[in-house]
Design a protein around this ligand. Structure first.
Ligand SMILES: Nc1ncnc2c1ncn2[C@@H]1O[C@H](COP(=O)(O)OP(=O)(O)OP(=O)(O)O)[C@@H](O)[C@H]1O
Ligand SMILES: [Mg+2]
Length: 386
Protein backbone atom coordinates (compact mmCIF):
# COMPACT_ATOMS: atom_id res chain seq x y z
CA UNK A 1 0.00 0.00 0.00
CA UNK A 2 1.20 3.50 -0.82
CA UNK A 3 0.65 4.83 2.70
CA UNK A 4 2.95 2.17 4.07
CA UNK A 5 5.93 3.74 2.32
CA UNK A 6 6.17 7.31 3.54
CA UNK A 7 9.10 9.35 2.26
CA UNK A 8 10.54 12.79 2.73
CA UNK A 9 10.17 15.84 0.51
CA UNK A 10 13.57 16.34 -1.14
CA UNK A 11 13.19 20.08 -0.76
CA UNK A 12 11.90 20.75 2.75
CA UNK A 13 12.23 17.30 4.35
CA UNK A 14 8.54 17.09 5.33
CA UNK A 15 7.31 13.47 5.68
CA UNK A 16 4.85 12.58 2.94
CA UNK A 17 2.58 9.64 2.13
CA UNK A 18 4.02 7.34 -0.52
CA UNK A 19 1.51 8.38 -3.18
CA UNK A 20 1.97 12.15 -2.73
CA UNK A 21 2.53 14.05 -5.97
CA UNK A 22 2.99 17.45 -4.42
CA UNK A 23 4.65 18.23 -1.08
CA UNK A 24 1.90 19.19 1.34
CA UNK A 25 4.31 21.47 3.20
CA UNK A 26 6.23 23.48 0.60
CA UNK A 27 4.08 22.76 -2.47
CA UNK A 28 6.90 21.53 -4.70
CA UNK A 29 5.89 19.18 -7.52
CA UNK A 30 7.77 16.05 -6.51
CA UNK A 31 7.99 14.58 -10.00
CA UNK A 32 9.39 17.79 -11.41
CA UNK A 33 11.78 18.26 -8.53
CA UNK A 34 13.09 14.73 -8.87
CA UNK A 35 13.38 15.13 -12.63
CA UNK A 36 15.59 18.17 -12.20
CA UNK A 37 17.64 16.40 -9.51
CA UNK A 38 18.12 13.42 -11.78
CA UNK A 39 19.17 15.65 -14.65
CA UNK A 40 21.77 17.28 -12.43
CA UNK A 41 22.91 13.80 -11.39
CA UNK A 42 23.28 12.78 -15.02
CA UNK A 43 25.00 16.00 -16.01
CA UNK A 44 27.91 14.85 -13.88
CA UNK A 45 28.43 11.79 -16.16
CA UNK A 46 30.37 11.73 -19.40
CA UNK A 47 28.01 9.60 -21.49
CA UNK A 48 29.71 7.62 -24.32
CA UNK A 49 28.54 9.04 -27.65
CA UNK A 50 27.16 5.62 -28.73
CA UNK A 51 24.84 5.29 -25.75
CA UNK A 52 21.21 6.27 -26.21
CA UNK A 53 19.78 8.22 -23.24
CA UNK A 54 17.20 6.17 -21.41
CA UNK A 55 13.67 7.57 -21.08
CA UNK A 56 14.13 6.77 -17.41
CA UNK A 57 16.02 10.06 -17.22
CA UNK A 58 12.59 11.68 -17.35
CA UNK A 59 11.10 9.37 -14.76
CA UNK A 60 12.95 9.71 -11.55
CA UNK A 61 10.61 8.31 -8.92
CA UNK A 62 10.77 4.85 -10.34
CA UNK A 63 11.54 3.08 -7.02
CA UNK A 64 8.53 4.53 -5.30
CA UNK A 65 6.31 3.68 -8.24
CA UNK A 66 7.51 0.05 -8.40
CA UNK A 67 6.80 -0.29 -4.68
CA UNK A 68 3.32 1.14 -5.08
CA UNK A 69 2.60 -1.27 -7.91
CA UNK A 70 3.84 -4.23 -5.83
CA UNK A 71 6.53 -4.97 -8.42
CA UNK A 72 9.37 -4.54 -5.95
CA UNK A 73 9.96 -5.00 -2.23
CA UNK A 74 11.39 -2.35 0.07
CA UNK A 75 14.39 -4.62 0.81
CA UNK A 76 15.27 -4.97 -2.87
CA UNK A 77 14.83 -1.26 -3.42
CA UNK A 78 17.18 -0.49 -0.50
CA UNK A 79 19.69 -2.99 -1.86
CA UNK A 80 19.57 -1.41 -5.33
CA UNK A 81 19.93 2.10 -3.91
CA UNK A 82 22.96 0.94 -1.95
CA UNK A 83 24.45 -0.60 -5.09
CA UNK A 84 23.74 2.57 -7.06
CA UNK A 85 25.57 4.61 -4.41
CA UNK A 86 28.55 2.21 -4.47
CA UNK A 87 28.76 2.49 -8.26
CA UNK A 88 28.59 6.26 -8.04
CA UNK A 89 31.52 6.25 -5.63
CA UNK A 90 33.51 4.33 -8.23
CA UNK A 91 32.61 6.98 -10.79
CA UNK A 92 29.96 4.94 -12.60
CA UNK A 93 26.61 6.64 -12.53
CA UNK A 94 23.63 4.43 -13.24
CA UNK A 95 19.95 5.25 -12.99
CA UNK A 96 17.92 3.29 -10.46
CA UNK A 97 15.86 1.43 -13.07
CA UNK A 98 18.97 0.28 -14.89
CA UNK A 99 20.51 -0.81 -11.57
CA UNK A 100 17.38 -2.82 -10.76
CA UNK A 101 17.49 -4.55 -14.17
CA UNK A 102 21.21 -5.21 -13.83
CA UNK A 103 20.66 -6.78 -10.40
CA UNK A 104 17.88 -8.94 -11.84
CA UNK A 105 15.20 -7.42 -9.56
CA UNK A 106 12.95 -6.43 -12.48
CA UNK A 107 12.74 -7.25 -16.20
CA UNK A 108 13.58 -4.68 -18.86
CA UNK A 109 9.98 -5.06 -20.13
CA UNK A 110 8.56 -4.08 -16.76
CA UNK A 111 10.94 -1.16 -16.54
CA UNK A 112 9.86 0.09 -19.99
CA UNK A 113 6.18 -0.26 -19.10
CA UNK A 114 6.61 1.56 -15.80
CA UNK A 115 8.65 4.29 -17.47
CA UNK A 116 5.93 4.82 -20.10
CA UNK A 117 3.26 4.88 -17.44
CA UNK A 118 5.16 7.44 -15.41
CA UNK A 119 5.77 9.65 -18.42
CA UNK A 120 2.00 9.69 -19.02
CA UNK A 121 1.40 10.57 -15.38
CA UNK A 122 4.07 13.21 -15.42
CA UNK A 123 2.49 14.75 -18.48
CA UNK A 124 -0.92 14.76 -16.77
CA UNK A 125 0.61 16.31 -13.65
CA UNK A 126 2.19 19.05 -15.75
CA UNK A 127 -1.11 19.79 -17.47
CA UNK A 128 -2.84 19.95 -14.10
CA UNK A 129 -0.15 22.32 -12.77
CA UNK A 130 -0.58 24.54 -15.82
CA UNK A 131 -4.33 24.64 -15.32
CA UNK A 132 -3.92 25.60 -11.64
CA UNK A 133 -1.39 28.24 -12.60
CA UNK A 134 -3.66 29.76 -15.22
CA UNK A 135 -6.51 29.82 -12.73
CA UNK A 136 -4.28 31.61 -10.18
CA UNK A 137 -3.16 34.16 -12.78
CA UNK A 138 -6.82 34.84 -13.62
CA UNK A 139 -7.67 35.31 -9.93
CA UNK A 140 -4.69 37.63 -9.32
CA UNK A 141 -5.46 39.70 -12.44
CA UNK A 142 -9.02 40.17 -11.31
CA UNK A 143 -7.85 41.17 -7.78
CA UNK A 144 -5.38 43.68 -9.27
CA UNK A 145 -8.06 45.15 -11.56
CA UNK A 146 -10.35 45.55 -8.58
CA UNK A 147 -7.60 47.29 -6.53
CA UNK A 148 -6.80 49.59 -9.46
CA UNK A 149 -10.47 50.57 -9.83
CA UNK A 150 -10.63 51.28 -6.12
CA UNK A 151 -7.45 53.40 -6.24
CA UNK A 152 -8.76 55.40 -9.21
CA UNK A 153 -11.99 55.97 -7.31
CA UNK A 154 -10.14 57.10 -4.16
CA UNK A 155 -7.91 59.39 -6.20
CA UNK A 156 -11.00 60.93 -7.81
CA UNK A 157 -12.64 61.43 -4.41
CA UNK A 158 -9.44 63.10 -3.16
CA UNK A 159 -9.29 65.40 -6.20
CA UNK A 160 -12.96 66.40 -5.82
CA UNK A 161 -12.54 66.98 -2.10
CA UNK A 162 -9.53 69.23 -2.64
CA UNK A 163 -11.27 71.13 -5.39
CA UNK A 164 -14.45 71.67 -3.31
CA UNK A 165 -12.63 72.63 -0.12
CA UNK A 166 -10.37 75.08 -1.97
CA UNK A 167 -13.36 76.83 -3.50
CA UNK A 168 -15.09 76.96 -0.12
CA UNK A 169 -12.00 78.52 1.48
CA UNK A 170 -11.74 81.23 -1.13
CA UNK A 171 -14.85 83.20 -0.06
CA UNK A 172 -14.17 83.56 3.68
CA UNK A 173 -10.54 84.35 2.94
CA UNK A 174 -11.63 87.19 0.63
CA UNK A 175 -13.60 88.69 3.56
CA UNK A 176 -10.66 88.28 5.92
CA UNK A 177 -8.31 89.93 3.42
CA UNK A 178 -10.72 92.84 2.88
CA UNK A 179 -10.99 93.60 6.59
CA UNK A 180 -7.22 93.19 7.08
CA UNK A 181 -6.72 95.83 4.40
CA UNK A 182 -9.17 98.23 6.07
CA UNK A 183 -7.50 97.69 9.43
CA UNK A 184 -3.98 98.02 8.02
CA UNK A 185 -4.91 101.28 6.28
CA UNK A 186 -6.31 102.49 9.64
CA UNK A 187 -9.71 103.12 8.07
CA UNK A 188 -11.35 101.50 11.08
CA UNK A 189 -9.34 103.49 13.61
CA UNK A 190 -5.72 104.21 14.45
CA UNK A 191 -3.30 101.33 15.24
CA UNK A 192 -0.56 101.28 17.86
CA UNK A 193 2.94 100.44 16.51
CA UNK A 194 2.63 96.90 17.96
CA UNK A 195 -0.76 96.46 16.31
CA UNK A 196 0.71 97.72 13.05
CA UNK A 197 3.46 95.08 13.19
CA UNK A 198 0.96 92.38 14.01
CA UNK A 199 -1.13 93.50 11.00
CA UNK A 200 1.92 93.09 8.74
CA UNK A 201 2.37 89.49 9.90
CA UNK A 202 -1.34 88.75 9.46
CA UNK A 203 -1.29 90.32 6.00
CA UNK A 204 1.71 88.20 4.85
CA UNK A 205 0.18 85.03 6.28
CA UNK A 206 -3.16 85.66 4.58
CA UNK A 207 -1.37 86.33 1.29
CA UNK A 208 0.46 83.00 1.60
CA UNK A 209 -2.78 81.25 2.42
CA UNK A 210 -4.44 82.90 -0.58
CA UNK A 211 -1.59 81.82 -2.85
CA UNK A 212 -1.84 78.27 -1.58
CA UNK A 213 -5.58 78.12 -2.17
CA UNK A 214 -5.17 79.52 -5.70
CA UNK A 215 -2.47 76.88 -6.41
CA UNK A 216 -4.76 74.12 -5.13
CA UNK A 217 -7.63 75.31 -7.31
CA UNK A 218 -5.36 75.67 -10.34
CA UNK A 219 -3.84 72.24 -9.82
CA UNK A 220 -7.14 70.44 -9.39
CA UNK A 221 -8.62 72.23 -12.41
CA UNK A 222 -5.52 71.48 -14.50
CA UNK A 223 -5.56 67.80 -13.47
CA UNK A 224 -9.21 67.55 -14.50
CA UNK A 225 -9.36 69.67 -17.62
CA UNK A 226 -5.73 69.97 -18.70
CA UNK A 227 -3.57 73.03 -18.31
CA UNK A 228 -4.16 76.19 -20.32
CA UNK A 229 -0.94 77.90 -21.31
CA UNK A 230 -0.24 80.97 -23.41
CA UNK A 231 2.98 80.60 -25.31
CA UNK A 232 5.02 83.68 -26.10
CA UNK A 233 8.56 84.54 -27.12
CA UNK A 234 10.35 85.32 -23.86
CA UNK A 235 13.76 86.47 -22.67
CA UNK A 236 14.89 83.97 -20.09
CA UNK A 237 17.47 86.26 -18.46
CA UNK A 238 14.78 88.82 -17.44
CA UNK A 239 12.48 86.13 -16.10
CA UNK A 240 15.30 84.38 -14.22
CA UNK A 241 16.52 87.64 -12.67
CA UNK A 242 13.05 88.31 -11.30
CA UNK A 243 12.74 84.77 -9.88
CA UNK A 244 16.19 84.93 -8.29
CA UNK A 245 15.42 88.30 -6.71
CA UNK A 246 12.26 86.89 -5.20
CA UNK A 247 14.14 83.84 -3.88
CA UNK A 248 16.93 85.91 -2.37
CA UNK A 249 15.17 86.87 0.85
CA UNK A 250 14.42 83.27 1.84
CA UNK A 251 17.94 82.14 0.89
CA UNK A 252 19.53 84.83 3.08
CA UNK A 253 17.30 83.89 5.98
CA UNK A 254 18.49 80.27 5.95
CA UNK A 255 22.12 81.02 5.04
CA UNK A 256 22.12 79.60 1.51
CA UNK A 257 23.97 81.41 -1.32
CA UNK A 258 22.44 81.74 -4.78
CA UNK A 259 24.69 81.67 -7.85
CA UNK A 260 23.68 82.42 -11.42
CA UNK A 261 25.33 81.14 -14.59
CA UNK A 262 23.21 82.34 -17.50
CA UNK A 263 25.02 82.14 -20.84
CA UNK A 264 25.13 85.58 -22.44
CA UNK A 265 23.26 86.17 -25.68
CA UNK A 266 20.72 83.36 -25.24
CA UNK A 267 18.05 83.44 -27.98
CA UNK A 268 14.38 84.06 -27.03
CA UNK A 269 12.46 81.00 -25.81
CA UNK A 270 8.94 79.83 -26.54
CA UNK A 271 7.10 79.52 -23.22
CA UNK A 272 4.27 80.77 -21.03
CA UNK A 273 6.13 83.38 -18.94
CA UNK A 274 3.88 83.19 -15.84
CA UNK A 275 3.94 79.39 -15.76
CA UNK A 276 7.67 79.17 -16.41
CA UNK A 277 8.32 81.75 -13.75
CA UNK A 278 6.25 79.66 -11.31
CA UNK A 279 8.26 76.52 -12.21
CA UNK A 280 11.59 78.26 -11.70
CA UNK A 281 10.44 79.72 -8.40
CA UNK A 282 9.34 76.28 -7.13
CA UNK A 283 12.66 74.72 -8.09
CA UNK A 284 14.60 77.54 -6.43
CA UNK A 285 12.33 77.27 -3.39
CA UNK A 286 13.00 73.53 -3.08
CA UNK A 287 16.75 74.00 -3.63
CA UNK A 288 16.89 76.57 -0.81
CA UNK A 289 14.54 74.63 1.48
CA UNK A 290 16.40 71.33 1.21
CA UNK A 291 19.91 72.79 1.51
CA UNK A 292 21.44 73.28 4.95
CA UNK A 293 22.92 76.61 5.96
CA UNK A 294 26.24 77.35 4.25
CA UNK A 295 25.23 75.51 1.05
CA UNK A 296 24.67 76.78 -2.50
CA UNK A 297 21.93 76.84 -5.09
CA UNK A 298 23.04 77.50 -8.67
CA UNK A 299 20.78 78.58 -11.52
CA UNK A 300 22.26 77.67 -14.91
CA UNK A 301 21.00 78.25 -18.46
CA UNK A 302 22.94 77.34 -21.58
CA UNK A 303 22.16 76.69 -25.21
CA UNK A 304 22.31 73.12 -26.47
CA UNK A 305 21.53 72.86 -30.19
CA UNK A 306 18.01 74.23 -30.75
CA UNK A 307 17.13 74.21 -27.08
CA UNK A 308 18.16 75.94 -23.88
CA UNK A 309 18.90 73.72 -20.93
CA UNK A 310 17.82 75.19 -17.61
CA UNK A 311 19.06 73.65 -14.39
CA UNK A 312 18.79 74.36 -10.71
CA UNK A 313 21.46 72.62 -8.72
CA UNK A 314 21.80 72.49 -4.95
CA UNK A 315 24.29 71.13 -2.44
CA UNK A 316 21.49 69.93 -0.17
CA UNK A 317 20.23 66.74 1.42
CA UNK A 318 19.75 64.90 -1.90
CA UNK A 319 17.17 62.27 -2.82
CA UNK A 320 17.58 58.47 -2.56
CA UNK A 321 17.71 57.04 -6.12
CA UNK A 322 14.79 54.65 -5.56
CA UNK A 323 12.53 57.52 -4.42
CA UNK A 324 13.03 59.93 -7.33
CA UNK A 325 9.80 58.75 -9.01
CA UNK A 326 7.79 59.74 -5.92
CA UNK A 327 8.78 63.41 -6.18
CA UNK A 328 6.16 64.29 -8.76
CA UNK A 329 3.19 62.72 -6.98
CA UNK A 330 0.76 65.41 -5.77
CA UNK A 331 0.65 66.11 -2.03
CA UNK A 332 3.59 63.82 -1.46
CA UNK A 333 6.72 64.64 0.51
CA UNK A 334 9.58 62.22 0.99
CA UNK A 335 9.50 62.94 4.70
CA UNK A 336 5.83 62.59 5.58
CA UNK A 337 6.44 61.94 9.28
CA UNK A 338 4.73 64.11 11.91
CA UNK A 339 8.21 65.31 12.93
CA UNK A 340 9.19 66.37 9.40
CA UNK A 341 11.55 69.32 9.24
CA UNK A 342 10.48 70.93 5.99
CA UNK A 343 7.23 72.77 5.39
CA UNK A 344 5.06 72.64 2.27
CA UNK A 345 2.13 70.73 0.84
CA UNK A 346 4.00 68.48 -1.59
CA UNK A 347 2.23 70.07 -4.54
CA UNK A 348 5.09 72.04 -6.11
CA UNK A 349 6.73 69.38 -8.26
CA UNK A 350 3.42 67.77 -9.27
CA UNK A 351 2.33 71.10 -10.74
CA UNK A 352 5.80 71.68 -12.21
CA UNK A 353 5.43 68.36 -14.04
CA UNK A 354 2.04 69.37 -15.49
CA UNK A 355 3.40 72.72 -16.66
CA UNK A 356 6.49 71.19 -18.27
CA UNK A 357 4.35 68.57 -20.00
CA UNK A 358 2.23 71.38 -21.46
CA UNK A 359 5.49 72.89 -22.79
CA UNK A 360 6.37 69.55 -24.40
CA UNK A 361 9.33 68.91 -22.14
CA UNK A 362 10.23 66.76 -19.15
CA UNK A 363 12.24 67.16 -15.99
CA UNK A 364 15.48 65.28 -15.46
CA UNK A 365 16.55 64.68 -11.86
CA UNK A 366 20.07 63.80 -10.84
CA UNK A 367 20.73 63.43 -7.16
CA UNK A 368 22.95 61.83 -4.60
CA UNK A 369 21.91 61.48 -0.99
CA UNK A 370 23.81 63.88 1.24
CA UNK A 371 25.49 65.54 -1.77
CA UNK A 372 22.73 67.49 -3.51
CA UNK A 373 20.35 67.46 -6.45
CA UNK A 374 20.05 68.89 -9.95
CA UNK A 375 16.67 69.48 -11.57
CA UNK A 376 16.99 70.31 -15.27
CA UNK A 377 14.82 70.56 -18.38
CA UNK A 378 15.25 71.81 -21.95
CA UNK A 379 13.04 74.47 -23.54
CA UNK A 380 12.55 75.22 -27.22
CA UNK A 381 14.06 78.30 -28.79
CA UNK A 382 11.50 80.67 -30.38
CA UNK A 383 10.75 80.16 -34.10
CA UNK A 384 13.07 82.10 -36.32
CA UNK A 385 15.73 82.37 -33.59
CA UNK A 386 17.10 78.81 -33.89
N1 LIG B 1 16.03 69.92 -4.16
C1 LIG B 1 15.55 68.93 -3.40
N2 LIG B 1 16.35 68.25 -2.55
C2 LIG B 1 15.86 67.24 -1.79
N3 LIG B 1 14.58 66.82 -1.80
C3 LIG B 1 13.72 67.46 -2.62
C4 LIG B 1 14.16 68.53 -3.47
N4 LIG B 1 13.10 68.97 -4.18
C5 LIG B 1 12.05 68.21 -3.80
N5 LIG B 1 12.42 67.30 -2.87
C6 LIG B 1 11.57 66.27 -2.23
O1 LIG B 1 10.40 66.15 -3.01
C7 LIG B 1 9.23 66.40 -2.22
C8 LIG B 1 8.18 67.03 -3.10
O2 LIG B 1 8.58 68.33 -3.52
P1 LIG B 1 7.49 69.42 -3.80
O3 LIG B 1 8.13 70.67 -4.26
O4 LIG B 1 6.46 68.80 -4.67
O5 LIG B 1 6.80 69.61 -2.36
P2 LIG B 1 7.25 70.49 -1.11
O6 LIG B 1 8.38 71.39 -1.46
O7 LIG B 1 7.43 69.56 0.03
O8 LIG B 1 5.95 71.35 -0.84
P3 LIG B 1 5.45 72.61 -1.72
O9 LIG B 1 6.29 72.70 -2.94
O10 LIG B 1 4.03 72.26 -2.04
O11 LIG B 1 5.58 73.78 -0.83
C9 LIG B 1 9.73 67.29 -1.10
O12 LIG B 1 8.90 67.24 0.04
C10 LIG B 1 11.10 66.68 -0.83
O13 LIG B 1 10.96 65.53 -0.05
MG1 LIG C 1 8.31 72.61 -3.24
Amino acid sequence: MAEENPHNCPRCGHTLPGDARICLECGVDLALFAMLADKAYLDGVSVPSTSVPSPEVLVPRIGQYLLQQGLLTQEKLDEALKRQAELAEQGERLLLGQTLVQMGFIDQDILDRVVTQQIIELHAALQETNRTLEERVRERTSELRHTLDRLTEISQIKANLISNISHELRTPLAHIKGYIELLAEEQLGPLSPEQGQAMDVIQRASQRLGGLIEDLIEFSTASREGLRIEMQDITLADLATDVIERSQEKAEKVGVSIHTEIESGLPPLRADPDRLSWVLFQLMDNGIKFTPSGGNVTFTAKQENKQVLISIQDTGIGIPTDRVKELFEPFHQLDASPTRRYGGTGLGLAFVKLILEAHGTVMRVESEEGEGSTFSFPLHIAHGSE
